[in-house]
Structure formats: C-alpha cells, structure tokens
Design a binder for this molecule. Structure first.
Ligand SMILES: Cc1cc2nc3c(=O)[nH]c(=O)nc-3n(C[C@H](O)[C@H](O)[C@H](O)COP(=O)(O)OP(=O)(O)OC[C@H]3O[C@@H](n4cnc5c(N)ncnc54)[C@H](O)[C@@H]3O)c2cc1C
Length: 367
C-alpha cells in the first residue's frame, strides 16, 4: 500500500464526523444504500473485535418546519426499503425522550447509528495489512498507474514498480491520478471545505448523541448537524464551502494548481450558477459562526452563538460531472488490472469494508 503522507488517514478518513451511518438516506438500489447497510454492520463488528472506540448511540433526524415533513416521509420509506434496522417515526413530544434539548415537528430515530474514530479504524486496518505480510509504504507518492501487457506499472517519485493489479483510492486527488494514467477527465474532483465548531464542555449536555436536520434532497450533503464523538466532544457542522485547495484544513489555504483545476472545470461553473444562494448561505455559516449557531438552534433552541468555539475542519472530495451534476453514488472505473475509485464520498468510511469487497471483485481473478 502506497501512501503519500507520513501516515494513513491524514485526509478525509481522519477529518470526518465519525458517524457510522445506518443507510437511511440513500436511494434504494444504489451502491451507497447496499454498502452502507452491510458496511455499517461489519464496521461495528470490526471495531468491537479490535477494541476500537465505538459508541452505539443512535441518531435523530428532526423535521423542524412543515416543508421537512414530506422529505422525512421519503427518508422513512428509504430506510425501510434499504433494510435499516429499528428505524422509528417519532411525534413531536417523543423527540425530547431521546434528546431532551431537541425540538421539532416529527423525527426519525435510528438506534443502529453509531460513532467511531475512523482514524483509529484506518490505523487498525493498516496493522492488519502488516500482520498479514503486506507493506504500508508511507511518504510514497504515486505519479501514475499504467497498463503494461497484463500488468500494471506504478510510477513513483524516482522509480517504479510493477504489480499484477492496482487499486487507486486517492480521495481528493482521485481525478488527477486517473488522468495521469490515461483515464477520462470526468468526473472532476471539486473540494468542498467542511468546518465544524465545537460546543463548550459546560454546554455539551445539550446534545446526548447525534441530531441531524432533514437534508435538501438535491444536495449530496447532510446539512449542519450536532454530533457527540467517541471522545465526548460535541461538534456542530460541517459547512460546505467550495475550497481553493484540496487540503484546505486552514480557511486561508490556497494551492494555485487546485484552484486552477476547479476554475477550469465547466461543471464547477454550472454548480455555482445553480447553487449560488446555497453557497452564500454556507459562506455566512463558515465566516460568521453566530449564523451557524442559529441554523443548529432550529432544532436545539437552547443553543447560543456563545456556546460555540473553534473546531476542526475536513475537505470533501465531491465528484462533479461536466454538466454540473454532483455525483451521488460511489463510482469505480475498472480497466483490466487497474481500478480507480472515482467517487467515494460519505458514507464511504462507514461502507469501507463492504466497498472494498466490491472493488476486489472488479479485479481480474488471477490478480
Ligand atoms: C467533513 C466530512 C465529514 C464526513 N463525515 C462522514 C461520516 O460521518 N461518516 C462516513 O461514513 N463518512 C463521512 N465522510 C466521508 C468519508 O470520510 C470519506 O468518504 C472516506 O474517508 C473516503 O476515504 P478515501 O480512502 O476514499 O479517501 P481519503 O481518506 O481522503 O484517503 C485518500 C488517501 O490517498 C492518498 N493519496 C492521494 N493521492 C495520492 C498519490 N498520488 N500517491 C499516494 N497517495 C495518495 C492521500 O494522502 C490519502 O491518504 C465525511 C467526509 C468529510 C470530508
């Protein structure tokens, strides 16, 4: 396993909400729907077996305004169609039995949703690879994967190696690695920065577990949510702001090549034209934390801007088609002994063990 950074899990896997999604949101029949349900079960079993931090805390999806109610109906329908265990509709008065400080018109409760530390999961998986005789070579950037006869030539900084098969899983750089090996430009990765604020410890009692809004069905993001992680920190976020760098963990980070790639991709401008109002709102949440607090206070009314302090940030690898479509489902490009993972957004951390099997099945049997 070749990893450019000094350790595994330094990008999306180590900068996410830490939620093992139960599989509620995803369109029935999609890869996401199937692999989230299977993967969540397997991931929880894996974390338990390896003694990794895990809490089966359950989650609420709260309808805060009348327009959310038909969308909540649709989520309930999807949850049942996808076989998510234990999902139950709650009336307004039942919400506070689960989350005493949450308010809404109705909610879905998913008892199977859990939290883990995905950084710890990645480190444990890396240990498994080593224990099975594999090698994790960190600090090793891959420049391209090219087919050579029936094998793969892996071009590295100052050298190359050959392999019977290769899987490119480069997250925020997935499109670049695919194009470097002669693959298609589409879909392009457009980075969306997701910033969280943290709840002051003395106000953390406002959130027992996980409280989510009803998301906009046209967007692949879940909306600003409140999550208590395995270390008992409560986060509010993430925002979703187009970023001028693929590793924009700091707000001011700008990488000219990343910005140029995003600006040159026709899909970016179509996204901007369609979603400019959403973009302005997200920018407000990112730049003025008081507005983020007000957004979360729609379903936790006791939350005040002064309760929030600075929190971590992650960057989502959002695959965008040339026509501006935000790709929703997982996407793989298989070319003989090379598989490129072109879109592995949330819940790919949840689904990782199940998704890995699908990827392995795309490789030639002899590999
Ligand atoms: C803010 C945020 C919140 C999220 N919340 C959740 C959640 O609660 N639950 C959930 O299931 N999912 C969540 N996700 C999604 C989840 O984190 C990702 O789907 C998942 O981590 C993707 O894993 P990956 O291995 O594809 O990418 P990454 O974790 O980004 O890994 C890609 C790796 O490839 C390496 N790399 C890139 N290019 C090269 C190269 N040329 N040579 C060598 N190495 C290279 C990188 O260094 C990196 O280590 C969230 C994501 C974000 C950003």
């Amino acid at each position: 396993m070749l990893e450019r950074e000094a350790a595994v899990g330094r990008h999306q896997t180590g900068h996410n909400s830490g939620v093992v999604h139960a599989g509620i949101y995803y369109a029935p029949g999609s890869l996401k729907a199937r692999l989230a349900v299977e993967g969540a079960r397997e991931l929880v079993a894996y974390a338990e077996e390896r003694g990794l931090p895990l809490r089966r805390c359950g989650k609420l999806i709260v309808a805060a305004r009348p327009a959310d109610l038909p969308r909540l109906d649709e989520l309930e329908r999807r949850a049942h169609a996808n076989g998510v265990p234990g999902v139950r509709r709650l009336a307004a008065a039942e919400i506070r039995e689960i989350e005493p400080h949450a308010r809404g018109l109705a909610a879905l409760h998913s008892p199977a949703t859990a939290v883990v530390d995905f950084g710890a999961v990645a480190a444990a998986l890396a240990d498994d690879v080593r224990a099975a005789g594999g090698e994790i070579r960190t600090g090793t950037a891959v420049h391209a994967l090219r087919r050579e006869g029936g094998r793969v030539r892996v071009a590295l900084e100052g050298g190359a190696l050959t392999a019977g098969a290769a899987v490119a899983c480069a997250g925020l750089w997935a499109d670049r690695l695919a194009v470097a090996g002669g693959g298609r430009r589409e879909p392009a990765i457009v980075p969306f920065r997701g910033a969280y604020r943290a709840l002051r410890p003395e106000r953390a009692h406002l959130v027992k577990a996980l409280i989510y809004p009803v998301p906009d069905p046209d967007l692949p993001f879940l909306g600003v949510h409140l999550t208590r992680d395995v270390h008992d920190e409560v986060h509010v976020g993430p925002t979703a702001l187009l970023a001028p760098a693929r590793d924009a963990y700091r707000l001011a980070r700008l990488v000219p090549r990343d910005l140029a790639d995003t600006a040159r991709w026709p899909g970016t401008w179509r996204v901007a034209r369609r979603w400019w109002r959403t973009g302005l709102r997200e920018a407000g949440w990112a730049l003025r934390p008081g507005t983020l607090a007000r957004e979360a206070a729609r379903f936790v009314p006791d939350l005040r801007p002064a309760d929030l302090v600075a929190g971590p940030a992650g960057v989502r690898a959002q695959a965008v088609a040339r026509d501006g479509r935000l790709l929703d489902d997982f996407a793989l490009d298989a070319d003989g002994p090379v598989v490129h993972v072109r879109n592995a957004p949330s819940p790919a951390a949840t689904a990782s063990l199940a998704l890995a099997r699908v990827i392995a099945d795309r490789l030639p049997a002899a590999a």
